[in-house]
Design a binder for this molecule. Structure first.
Ligand code: FE2
Length: 291
């Protein structure tokens, strides 16, 4: 019989990391943690009030074999890609991008008053989908439904569903749930998890604890990985607790990882690098309409 409440099995404080052209961020987990978070590959949290920490941004770079999910909490990020998408995403907006067989894009934080902050999560694609047609979903804050529970929690549903409310991101191969949960001071939260799914949480603000674990409090900036069980339960401390709660179906497939490209074999990585050098990495662009 499994414990009905999932316990925290590992805790990740986040490691200061320089990424892109010189963006200071905190990396919660990455290739050193494979396959612990399967099907998730990486979680970065960026957050700074100093433009020098983020203005260098992430200039044009490729991706293949993964989905990248950008969630902006504060500030604005300008983006463009080889599918022809371009624009600026702001607070509460989500960009869910399936690189499939290949996309080249840029993500450039803009100078802002106050804090530039947000997350990027990498979601793995199953072997059969790694060379699929790339796709881009841009979601504004207003398109992300909010659920108020009867215990006063506020849950923004980006992907999957919560309390019978479906998020706008559906049809992703690993069946992800992506929630932004705010529990008021002293309040509690409960969510029945999908059997067999990998589940983790990242504390955005405040503090509290996840029931079923060692009893140590969870603090802002910390990521916790849950073990098996039927539910996640959280209790907020005096300052309340806001956290990302993410789950997905593990793939149990080999991972071959080279920078922004994540495939199943080293041969596939070599192919990708050769194609980048030869200029035939991109298989699908927005159709060019000739006059
Ligand atoms: Fe990227």
């Amino acid at each position: 019989m499994t414990d009905p409440v999932r316990s925290v099995v590992r805790r990740f404080p986040g490691v200061p990391t320089l990424e892109g052209a010189g963006v200071r961020l905190r990396r919660s987990f990455s290739n050193a943690e494979v396959p612990l978070f399967d099907p998730f590959l990486l979680l970065d949290r960026f957050g700074s009030t100093n433009p020098a920490d983020y203005l260098a941004g992430f200039p044009w770079h490729p991706h293949r074999g993964i989905e990248t999910v950008t969630y902006v909490l504060g500030g604005r990020v300008a983006h463009g890609d080889t599918l022809g998408n371009e624009g600026v995403i702001g607070p509460g907006d989500v960009q869910w991008m399936n690189s499939g067989s290949g996309i080249i894009h840029q993500e450039m934080p803009q100078r802002t008053e106050g804090a530039m902050s947000g997350f990027q999560l990498w979601v793995n694609l199953p072997a059969a989908e790694k060379m699929s047609v790339p796709a881009y979903r841009g979601l504004t804050a207003g398109e992300i439904p909010e659920v108020r529970t009867d215990t006063g929690d506020l849950v923004k549903v980006v992907a999957g569903s919560f309390g019978g409310v479906e998020g706008p991101v559906q049809g992703i191969p690993v069946d992800p749930t992506y929630l932004d949960v705010t529990v008021p001071a002293g309040g509690s939260f409960s969510w029945p998890t999908h059997p067999g799914h990998t589940v983790f949480a990242h504390a955005i603000d405040g503090g509290g604890r996840f029931d079923g674990h060692d009893g140590a409090p969870v603090a802002s900036g910390e990521t916790v990985l849950f073990g098996s069980g039927d539910a996640v339960r959280a209790t907020a401390g005096d300052a309340g607790l806001r956290f990302l709660l993410v789950s997905g179906r593990p793939l149990h497939e080999p991972v071959a990882w080279y920078g922004p490209i994540v495939m199943n074999t080293r041969d596939q990585l070599r192919d990708a690098v050769r194609e980048l050098e030869h200029g035939d990495f991109i298989k699908h662009r927005r159709p060019i309409v000739e006059e």
